[in-house]
Design a protein around this ligand. Sequence first.
Ligand code: DX5
Ligand code: ZN
Length: 230
Amino acid sequence: MSFDRKIKIAPSILSADFANFGQEIRAIEDQGCDWVHVDVMDGHFVPNLTFGPAMCKAIRPHIRTVMDVHLMIAPVDPYIEAFAEAGADIITAHVEAGPHIHRTLQAIRATGKKAGLALNPGTPAEALAPVLDLVDLVCVMTVNPGFGGQKFIHSQIDKVRSLRSMIAGRPIHIEIDGGITPETAPLVTAAGADVLVAGSGVFSGGSVANPDVYGKNIAAIRAAAEAAAR
Ligand code: DX5
Ligand code: ZN
């Protein structure tokens, strides 16, 4: 995976048809998405359950772009190897998931995968500073993690701006996760984000039988995001 700061749209399959991930992934990739965002939830770190490494491994052959795995699980360290083996390109862990985020990021790096650090809405930008040299992506949660379709939390925009200046010229992506629409996308790209996760914003109104809607949703978010990007 090479690094660039072009705007990337990463649909979250949390909003796809769970009985049909293969076709859903093909549809969003055919419709122009850049990455595929995979939300792993444990019913403990967040109040919802999704799936684990076996499902990630099963969907991996259907992904031609980038498999972006967001781990909302605690503890996280015992499962890193399994998600790496399942074929994740990027493995993102939450800073709030345990007392040893430095060790967690080292463990992700040791698998040869890109390492992401996710920050909940209540966690300050400064949490990134001590581990900056171990991070390939910082994921700013603009909803409280656990569910798709929630309202974007505007107070996070200042955090994106702080992270952008902290990161300066380093090759680190700023990903935004939660409540992304054509209305909210420009607010975060203007603040310095380059990767936009969108679940309901991409999947709502469409289906594998009607994938053009996915394409229109992706294009609308991308156009709004690019117009404001810096
Ligand atoms: C929330 C997940 C998100 C979610 C985003 O915990 O991490 O990736 O699917 O969904 P929307 O775009 O609907 O807010
Ligand atoms: Zn996510």
